[in-house]
Design a protein around this ligand. Structure first.
Ligand code: C5P
Length: 351
């Protein structure tokens, strides 16, 4: 099982015809041929505080999210019949991309095509921006998933954000970033974050996104336990703190500090609620406590649990150790370094 995920990007021939996003998250897409391929990263929450419950049933958040090098892959090509066809599958180890997770029984179910956020993203763009212009555009979209579902790694949200970029590209809509961000927030709280490709502070219900600089690559070992967790249920069981923790210190540590300083400030308010739903989270916390990791916690609403490591070798070594303990699938990964400019590319003449 490969502990590291290879990203098969071509570095040359990047077009530069759309560039309308803020703050170091410039998006370039290629023009010309029509089939476009894009990579959708997973994320980890290094800090997550719940500030309060809102009248609309959502929670006010203060969370620091970091894209990591575990990727779903999407391709899209336009049609002129007005229909969206989505073919989604788990990426097979013998296929074009390998997943470190595919030996796990608990990788999760794929939703029916029309419930998939990728389908809903294309439909949303079609309804809001193609129909009003009187154009009947459709798309054939393929999705190869490696990011486990109900894992707190944002797989569905990342796919949705990437689908918005793809729709914008293949239908030549030239929607500005602000418009994509609005559509993203409509699709889900975490979706706007994935329009960026850096660590970000996310507030509101998650949709108010501010990029945060990060002075170094971070290395992690992650365990995906057999079961997933429902985000809604975990939020329901979360106690709202009287005095919330503040994200300022971890943002400073990420921007200017050492790995140890980042590690000291990891925090996730949702973890105790997740433990009440799924005992394996507590077991993972106990196992990680005995390991030589810088720091550790659950990501998002779970169920994945991660340890912050000193370097790639350390992360790979711990993935091996954890895989021998039968707690789920363990793998090593690093913070994603591929900018948005590299997430969309043409894919001439192949699948
Ligand atoms: O926005 P999204 O559809 O991803 O949220 C899934 C569920 O998670 C929501 O229905 C809600 O129950 C919960 N949630 C929340 N507060 C947030 C984000 C999500 O309560 N800020």
């Amino acid at each position: 099982m490969p502990p590291w995920i290879l990203i098969n990007h071509r570095d040359e021939n990047w077009g530069r015809d759309v560039a309308s996003v803020p703050d170091g998250a410039t998006m370039y897409v290629t023009s010309g041929r029509t089939r476009v391929k894009a990579w959708a990263p997973a994320k980890l929450n290094l800090f997550l505080e719940v500030l309060g419950r809102r009248d609309d049933g959502f929670h006010e958040l203060d969370t620091l999210m970091l894209p990591i090098g575990l990727w779903d892959l999407l391709t899209a090509e336009p049609t002129d019949d007005g229909s969206i066809q989505l073919h989604a599958e788990w990426a097979m180890p013998s296929g074009r991309i390998d997943s470190p997770l595919l030996t796990d029984r608990g990788i999760g179910q794929l939703p029916d095509a029309e419930q998939n956020l990728v389908y809903r993203a294309f439909e949303l763009v079609r309804k809001t921006h193609c129909e009003p212009r009187g154009v009947s555009l459709g798309a054939v979209v393929r999705l190869w998933k490696r990011i486990p579902s109900e894992a707190g790694m944002g797989g569905g949200s990342s796919d949705a954000a990437t689908a918005l970029m793809l729709a914008n590209r293949i239908w030549n809509l030239h929607l500005p970033f602000a418009e994509l961000a609005q559509l993203a927030a409509h699709l889900g709280s975490d979706v706007p974050f994935f329009l960026y490709s850096s660590s970000c502070l996310c507030r509101g219900r998650g949709e108010i996104v501010t990029p945060v600089s990060s002075c170094q690559s971070l290395f992690f070992v992650i365990v995906k336990p057999p079961l997933g967790l429902s985000t809604a249920k975990v939020f329901q069981h979360t106690e709202i703190p009287r005095t919330p923790n503040d994200s300022g210190a971890i943002i400073n540590a990420l921007s200017n500090g050492t790995v140890d300083q980042v590690g000291k400030r990891l925090f996730n308010r949702l973890q105790s609620a997740a433990v009440s739903q799924y005992e394996s989270i507590a077991q993972l916390a106990r196992v990680f406590k005995r390991l030589d990791v810088v720091s550790h916690q659950m990501t998002g609403s779970g169920s994945c649990y991660f340890g912050l490591c000193r370097n790639a070798k350390h992360a790979r070594h711990l993935a091996q150790t954890l895989n021998s303990k039968n707690l789920g699938n363990a793998f090593a990964v690093q913070s994603a370094r591929v900018p948005i400019s590299r997430r969309l590319c043409e894919q001439p003449g192949q699948n």
